[in-house]
Design a binder for this molecule. Structure first.
Ligand SMILES: Cc1cc2nc3c(=O)[nH]c(=O)nc-3n(C[C@H](O)[C@H](O)[C@H](O)COP(=O)(O)O)c2cc1C
Ligand code: SF4
Length: 428
């Protein structure tokens, strides 16, 4: 396996580690780009399934969403069906999170599994329109979509819609606004998109990994899916493992796999770790001691106030300043907000300023107190979860880097490395 490099623009290149026991998204030929012929040779045709069959399969398999929240797919399908009217389905491949590369990997290497899954959910909700919402770098998929259409594989016409490379572009109402020709920013008001989404129609937005897994479940059955993972969260998931590991990249492992094993799939730590970030920039930090005993399931991680989210795992080596990492990412998150609600407009920029002061200026304890106060003010007050997620990232970081905070307040720092570990995109 060749090493994968992580750059500050969040680009990941290289090969990927498959775990055959885990699932089957990565499979025996990790680096292969499966074209239609390769896809059919490896997975075979999709079985002919009616709408109820698809919902039943998703329910029996216990398939949950892989876009971050882990919501059961079958419940979303039923909500769209029960909303009545002509439905729309959207495969969400926006992957606005710079530390995540698993959706990009899927769309590059296993696009037909995603497109199969999109057809299955379209069938389940009797959708007339289907969209693949992904970055412009995936425009080559137009060719695959046309090829499938010409081969008579896709009953429902699929249109690709360009997702801007911004952190919030993948939030489901932002995706819908963007596909409708507006800005890719979240809607500030209900109703839920399953009731009134794209052009007022009931809309199912599912992450591309969720759809790819559905395509495997349709072929191999719910019992196969449940043979890995936990009772609550069966099956496997993709993890984007970055930071201080030998082979940063995308790996696959069952829900509930010990975090240490996930790090080993990426070659293992390159040095002693001080902390691990789970779930990305809306996720949570764990100390190295916590990471040593944590398992990657929602129920296990809940004990640490954490969640696997969309599978981002970043290992932070000793010697890297955790506060500098917090500062860069909080500045990025503040700039990435849509700036349409109070907490994002006023709260996040002020929080980012205080963290910068804590990380880089000689400062006093009042800054730390002010940070706690401001964080409390923004939680639960945005139209979407951007402020809440950003504050979770910060608060768990301040807990895990408490010793570093104390040193900074004493105008010292343990930093021995100038590495910038967490990727952020260039600010426009
Ligand atoms: C700020 C923000 C950004 C998000 N970005 C993405 C994204 O890039 N891709 C994605 O699939 N879901 C993203 N989500 C979650 C979506 O809103 C939605 O829950 C998800 O696409 C549903 O798919 P799932 O049920 O398969 O997980 C984001 C949510 C928030 C609050
Ligand atoms: S909370 Fe922030 S990101 Fe979410 S809709 Fe409001 S301004 Fe936009």
């Amino acid at each position: 396996m060749t090493a994968m490099t992580q750059t500050m623009t969040g680009n990941y290149t290289g090969n990927y580690t498959g775990n055959e026991a885990a699932g089957g998204l990565i499979g025996p030929q990790p680096a292969a780009v499966l074209d239609l012929r390769g896809h059919l040779a490896q997975h075979g045709q999709l079985p002919s399934l009616g709408p109820h069959d698809v919902v039943r399969l998703a329910r029996d398999a216990g398939l949950t969403g892989h876009g971050g929240a882990g919501f059961p797919l079958w419940r979303k399908l039923e909500a769209v069906i029960n909303s009545g009217g002509r439905a729309v389905v959207v495969a969400n491949g926006a992957e606005g999170e710079p530390a995540s590369a698993k959706d990009r990997w899927l769309l590059t290497h296993r696009p037909h599994l995603v497109l199969d899954g999109l057809q299955l959910v379209a069938r389940a909700v009797r959708a007339g329109d289907a969209y693949l919402y992904a970055s412009e770098r995936h425009r080559g998929l137009d060719h695959l979509i046309a090829e499938r259409r010409a081969a008579g594989i896709d009953a429902v016409r699929v249109e690709r819609a360009a997702a801007p490379d911004r952190f919030i572009s993948g939030e489901e109402s932002a995706a819908i606004n963007s596909i409708a020709g507006g800005l890719a920013i979240p809607s500030s008001k209900p109703p839920r998109v399953v009731e009134r989404g794209l052009r007022g129609r009931p809309t199912l937005v599912s992450n591309v990994e969720t759809l790819a897994l559905l395509a495997l479940v349709a072929r191999r059955g719910p019992a196969w899916f449940r043979s890995a993972g936990t009772a609550d969260f069966p099956g496997s998931m993709l993890f984007t493992v970055g930071g201080a590991v030998r082979h940063p990249g995308v790996v696959e492992a069952p829900h509930g796999t010990p975090l240490t094993e996930v790090l080993e799939l990426a070659g293992g730590p390159t040095s002693r770790l001080q902390a691990v970030l789970l779930g990305g920039y809306h996720g949570s930090w764990l100390t190295a001691e916590e990471a040593a005993s944590a398992a990657m399931s929602r129920s296990d991680l809940a004990a640490y106030g954490a969640s696997p989210g969309a599978g981002v795992v970043v290992a932070l080596a000793e010697g890297v300043c955790g506060l500098a990492e917090l500062s860069r990412v909080m500045t990025y998150l503040a700039q990435e907000s849509a700036g349409q609600c109070g907490p994002c407009l006023n709260g996040l920029p002020r929080i980012a300023e205080q963290v910068r002061s804590l990380a880089f200026d000689g400062t006093d304890a009042a800054v730390f107190t002010e940070l706690q106060r401001l964080s409390g003010l923004v939680v639960g007050r945005g139209a979407c979860h951007h402020p809440d997620g950003s504050v979770r990232f910060l608060r768990t970081g301040l807990r895990v880097f408490a010793d570093e905070v104390a040193m900074h307040l004493d105008r010292r720092c343990t930093r021995t490395s100038d590495d910038r570990v967490l990727p952020v995109r260039m600010v426009r």
